[in-house]
Design a protein around this ligand. Structure first.
Ligand code: NAD
Ligand code: TYD
Length: 351
């Protein structure tokens, strides 16, 4: 079959990438989706069992830091477009060791940009770079991040993502590479690796383990259902303006401690525990170094220009997320055995 587009989705085996691959494989049978992923600790083909035999899906194991891996994928599959999600994504890991973040997030992104520039001549292409609101730094109690907010990254993770965003923009301005960018707030949903706040808390509540809240738990995050994020990428990829960036978020700010209390109450109900049981597991631990106080997104550009809106309320999304974790013990078993145990001990045992 002659496909209309052959899209290289990098990081398609990760949390957000797997949701995006699933959406595109089902919604666009006339596109070929080439999932290019190194399968680090965060990448898991279990996330994609339901699409692996689809006629328009291919998996390629590769490293974006290797220019030869990237070129081979472009040559073999005649790539027409890129949706770039591959990244080292966890702030705590970036504090422990920034170099993998520089390599994958900066060097890997430049390899993809360079290869796209070399391969794409003339006709219509899109390089969609997926990024984070963390590039804008930390807000005080008031205000929102807009697309015009100056970058002010504070963690090694956000510094590496900001750098990658600047390179994407530089390739547009310097070489005319047809890029689009999106900067999204914190995502939650199924298949989220349990180093991140929401899945970590769900698993610890289930297993009666301490719930490590950093500092006083007063930091604020703006949470968005992962399926709404991938719908936003779909809309921006297809109808966004070349050279523009779009903020993605759901006006859904929670302090960490309120969110953990909410999860405790929801899970007490689901697990048939007396109300208040899980809250006793809350343990305040040493704060994260350089912990950003507040993130909050103004997504009005995306809403007004491209007509995107979040589809479900946070309570409903969390409800579905908790149910997914309670029902998918095999997945949890797979991702938390081995290296995860060492990570968890190093990060939390003396905190
Ligand atoms: P994730 O850590 O769950 O997945 C990252 C994926 O990239 C994994 O499948 C991993 O194997 C792959 N990968 C890592 N290094 C690679 C390399 N060198 N070559 C090829 N593949 C590699 O991350 P996520 O949460 O799904 O985030 C995806 C993207 O979205 C990232 O760019 C992240 O910065 C961005 N983002 C995430 C959030 C969030 O809340 N999770 C919010 C906004 C933006
Ligand atoms: P995280 O899920 O790591 O996302 P990010 O740092 O990219 O926003 O953390 C979300 C918030 O939860 C952040 O303020 C740090 C906090 N946090 C805890 O309090 N305890 C934890 O064990 C983790 C992983 C995060």
């Amino acid at each position: 079959m002659e496909f209309k587009k052959r899209i290289l989705v990098t990081g398609g085996a990760g949390f957000i990438g797997s949701h995006l691959v699933r959406l595109f494989v089902h919604k666009y049978p006339d596109y070929q989706i080439i999932n290019f992923d190194k399968l680090t600790y965060a990448g898991n083909l279990e996330n994609l069992r339901d699409v692996e035999n689809a006629p328009n899906y291919i998996f390629v194991k590769g490293d974006i830091v290797s220019i030869s891996d990237v070129k081979a994928a472009f040559e073999t599959h005649g790539i027409t477009d890129v949706i770039h999600l591959a990244a080292e994504s966890h702030v705590d890991r970036s504090i422990e060791g920034p170099m993998d973040f520089v390599l994958t997030n900066v060097v890997g992104t430049v390899n993809l940009l360079q290869t796209s520039k070399d391969f794409w001549k003339g006709s219509e292409h899109v390089f969609h770079h997926v990024s984070t609101d963390e590039v804008y730094g930390s807000l005080g109690e008031e205000g929102f991040f807009t697309e015009k907010t100056p970058f002010d990254p504070r963690s090694p993770y956000s510094a590496s993502k900001a750098s990658s965003d600047h390179f994407v923009s530089a390739f547009y301005h310097t070489y005319g590479l047809p890029i689009k960018m999106s900067n999204c707030s914190n995502n939650y949903g199924s298949h989220h690796f349990p180093e991140k706040l929401i899945p970590l808390m769900i698993l610890n509540i289930q297993n009666n383990k301490p719930l490590p809240v950093y500092g006083k738990g007063e930091n604020i995050r703006d949470w968005l259902w992962v399926e709404d994020h991938v719908r936003a990428i779909d809309v921006i990829f297809h109808t966004g303006t070349i050279g523009e960036s779009y903020n993605v978020g759901g006006l859904n700010e929670w302090t960490n401690i309120d969110l953990v209390h909410f999860l405790c109450r929801m899970m007490d109900d689901k697990l048939g525990r007396e109300n208040g049981t899980s809250e006793k597991l809350i343990t305040y631990v040493t704060d994260r170094k350089g912990h950003d106080l507040r993130y909050a997104i103004d997504a009005s550009k995306l809403e007004n220009e491209l007509g995107w809106k979040p589809s479900i309320a946070f309570e409903e999304g969390l409800n579905r997320t908790v149910d997914w974790y309670l029902e998918n013990k095999d997945w949890i078993e797979k991702v938390t055995s081995g290296a995860y145990q060492t990570y968890y001990t190093n990060m939390y045992s003396d905190r």
